[in-house]
Design a protein around this ligand. Sequence first.
Ligand code: GLN
Length: 537
Amino acid sequence: MASSTKYIFITGGVTSSLGKGIIASSLGKLLQSRGFSVTIQKFDPYLNIDPGTLNPYEHGECYVTDDGAETDLDLGHYERFLNVPTSQSNNITTGRIYNNVITKERKGEFLGKTVQVIPHITDEIKSNFYKLGEEGKYDVVITEIGGCVGDIESLPFIEAVRQARLDLGPNNFLVIHLTLIPYLKAAKELKTKPTQHSVKQLLEAGIQPDILVCRTEHHLPLEVKKKLALFCNVQLNSVIEAMDADTIYDVPLLMKKEKLDERVLSKLKLSSKSNSELEEWKEFLGKLKNPTQETTIGLIGKYVSLPDSYKSIIESFTHAGASIECQVNLKLISSEEINHENYETKLRGLDGILVAPGFGERGFEGKIETVKYAREHGIPFFGICLGMQVAVIEYCRNVLQLEGANSTEMDPYTPNPVIALMEEQKNVDQMGGTMRLGSYACELKKSSKAFAAYGKTKINERHRHRYEFNNHYLEQIENAGMIATGKNPETGLVEIVEIKNHPWFVGVQFHPEYKSTVLSPQPLFVKFIQAAVANKK
Ligand code: GLN
């Protein structure tokens, strides 16, 4: 296979949650800064076709791409670091691989043959490894293999990585193994044995890692590095220390200091095309770490006990806050715990209130109480997806006095379905990948807060929903002071609502958080934080 694209595979050992996604993103950033075009893809070992059908408690947030793929939250990190959009091709699961192979089998593409893990599943995995590289747009494709080496589930992926080395040739192929060096307090010692074992497992599978990236809470003394190099069969200068960082955004600079990018370039026989010193990135970090103002914002949702469920929203606050040197103290509050008796004590002291996306009835009435409080007290309010729908329902119930106003998601028999199932959703009987997904256009009214944020009338944002603003009620709602300030130009679907007589009350049907990156903070988040700061004063 002749290819000018270089492939880097990142595997994980010892435990999960070591931050492969952040290491992949950081390496990608460093390679970008040296003039290479980079994309990162993730291969997940589970059997779901995609994470769209997973509860956020299982797997954190479901991240949505422009092309409407429901993907792993690590793709969010890839975009936030690299500032380049990802797509369906950037996230493949075992479920999708098997689905593709079985579909081919039924079509008779393997007619007469026994269909097996090797070569049929591994061939399918490899063709997906190479897909983005073959587009010709990227100098480097980084592939993160989900899970841990040694997991039964990830075996076919690991086997495919072994085979990929033969396809690609030594200078086009590199394996980085991310591992943990635990510190035993009682013995005051850093232990290398778990890493030795996980590398042995890789070797048994026929893969020699080229570089070890070692997560650690303490600096690795030279002796420890030497031991790792010797037992794991890697060069001493390829044992890279990855100390715990204050923020994930420090990691590119830490990896640069450890010369991870230099090692990678030399092993892939690449020389830098340019060398930017990550000036903008450093400027962002400077602002992030030296805020000149602060504000307290409440994030009200039902999955708050696992903050990963709101990963992109949380990171959007980091990007937007840093851009105006504002420290955002985010308080995650469970909407299930908010009711008509306690809402004031629960919400007091918040300078701004965000009602989060979500599905289903649990915690819904707490969200209604929250919106009412924000609306009546002039507290800056930002509603995202379900949060926007709640804002409409609250307005219809309490301002328009529309009895029992609701979404048909919560009450299919409501007398006033102000939020209702979209027409195109009515015949949908499959759950996965069938919502209104991905990027759609929205046209803004010039007099709106949204226009003040974006500075233009035509925007595109990503979506993930089945229900929509019911346009039968539009005139009534607008006459009462809640204005549809953003609409889809083709369908007229209401994308944004705002309340006229309120300092900052914006509900959006789309998910602005998916497009926020370090280098381009999302404008609505910036304006919302500014409004919260102003409210505090
Ligand atoms: N449950 C709502 C819908 O399907 C909102 C979805 C969301 O918040 N992502 O329309």
